[in-house]
Design a binder for this molecule. Structure first.
Ligand code: EPU
Length: 336
């Protein structure tokens, strides 16, 4: 029998801290729990929602759904010659996993330290920070395929990763339930320090090891990003928009302090935080929801507000940025 709870409060299962309920929720600690929950008569006809750490969702109201609280544990390391294959259960805390691999002498995930959420959620938005994206360390994942009822292994190609994007945000969205993720950490390791701020943070260290890089990333993130345990948030709320060179050059001519990064395809990624900041929203509060004072890309919930109010603010910000710069910024979290 699945471990079901009716009208289950989700406030502690989403890092924005929105106080909504699930019609039905189940704690999933094994793949057998998952199959039992899916087969349970009480779940039939209900849409499915999967929550890991709830760190990349906006819950706009009560969910008339079966919410699977993914808590599958697991950690295993296999030597594959010139690399280590690290398999983590979908429910493992991401930052905990980063720390464990470093403690075990397996460097490679240090730039992705302190990203909230679970290992199983990491591939969905292809988490990335400080010069590294998950896809560069990804080998495969295991998932339950709801279309065939079987468990499948999907490799990097099949996951179709893009910037804050993957198969699981597109046509695989309601199809695959991720139960484990396997990373590949090459034994030949060198620190990735191409992100200016990280290089500066480590200036005084001649040859930083993975733990030192991790500590530097933690220090930078702690300065700029709010701790969800203290202020409700889901990290960057908008993706950095990619525009063509003509638009970027025109914007740069009009705004010499524009922050942009060249892309392999000739386009430019613009810093959405800069665009929002220029529109005067940094530190702006609209009652219980607002824009973080140290990083304009982060929307915050101070308590007592709703996901709907947050989305209203997000729309207002996107409209203002569009009117001023002619660029539409898109939300990054999954909106439910
Ligand atoms: N900026 C401003 N004002 C602001 C915020 C930023 O002018 O209020 C400028 C900064 O001065 C900087 C530039 O914008 O020159 C970029 O800012 P930052 O280095 O903070 O990075 P970001 O582009 O805002 C992205 C990711 C973060 C990731 C950092 C570091 C996205 C959507 N966000 O932020 O990811 O940690 O780079 O790699 O790609 C997340 O996805 O939740 C997240 C936090």
């Amino acid at each position: 029998m699945a471990d079901f709870h009716e009208f289950y409060p989700l406030r502690r299962h989403n890092t924005f801290g929105f106080d909504v309920r699930a019609r039905l929720a189940a704690h999933i600690r094994t793949e057998a729990d998952l199959l039992a929950a899916l087969a349970d008569p009480r779940a039939q006809g209900l849409p499915l929602v999967v929550l890991g750490g709830g760190s990349n969702v906006v819950l706009t109201g009560d969910l008339d759904a079966l919410v699977l609280l993914m808590e599958i544990p697991g950690y295993a390391v296999v030597d594959d010659g010139d690399g280590w294959l690290v398999t983590a259960g979908a429910g493992e805390n991401w930052h905990g996993l980063v720390g464990r691999t470093i403690a075990d002498g397996l460097p490679g995930l240090e730039n992705l330290a302190l990203i909230p959420g679970t290992a199983g959620a990491a591939p969905i938005q292809n988490i990335g920070a400080y010069g590294v994206e998950l896809r560069e360390r990804f080998a495969s994942l295991r998932a339950h395929d709801r279309q065939t009822g079987a468990f499948v292994t999907l490799d990097r190609e099949q996951c179709a990763f893009g910037y804050r994007d993957s198969l699981f945000k597109r046509n695989g969205r309601d199809r695959y339930l991720i139960t484990a993720v396997t990373l590949r950490l090459p034994k030949a390791w060198a620190p990735v320090l191409n992100y200016g701020e990280l290089a500066r943070e480590l200036e005084s260290v001649a040859t930083p090891d993975a733990a030192q890089v991790r500590d530097a990333v933690v220090a930078i993130r702690s300065r700029k990003l709010p701790d969800p345990a203290q202020i409700g948030n889901a990290g960057s709320f908008f993706k950095n928009p990619v525009v063509d060179a003509a638009l970027r050059n025109a914007l740069l001519a009009a705004h010499p302090s524009l922050v942009s990064y060249p892309q392999p395809d000739g386009g430019y990624k613009l810093a959405a935080g800069w665009l929002i900041d220029q529109c005067g929203f940094k530190g702006f509060d609209d009652g219980p929801v607002g824009v973080y004072g140290k990083q304009a890309l982060v929307l915050v919930h101070h308590g007592g507000g709703t996901g709907a109010a947050l989305l209203k603010l997000a729309d207002r910000i996107a409209d203002t940025v569009q009117a001023r710069f002619g660029v539409r910024i898109e939300p990054e979290p999954v909106i439910l």
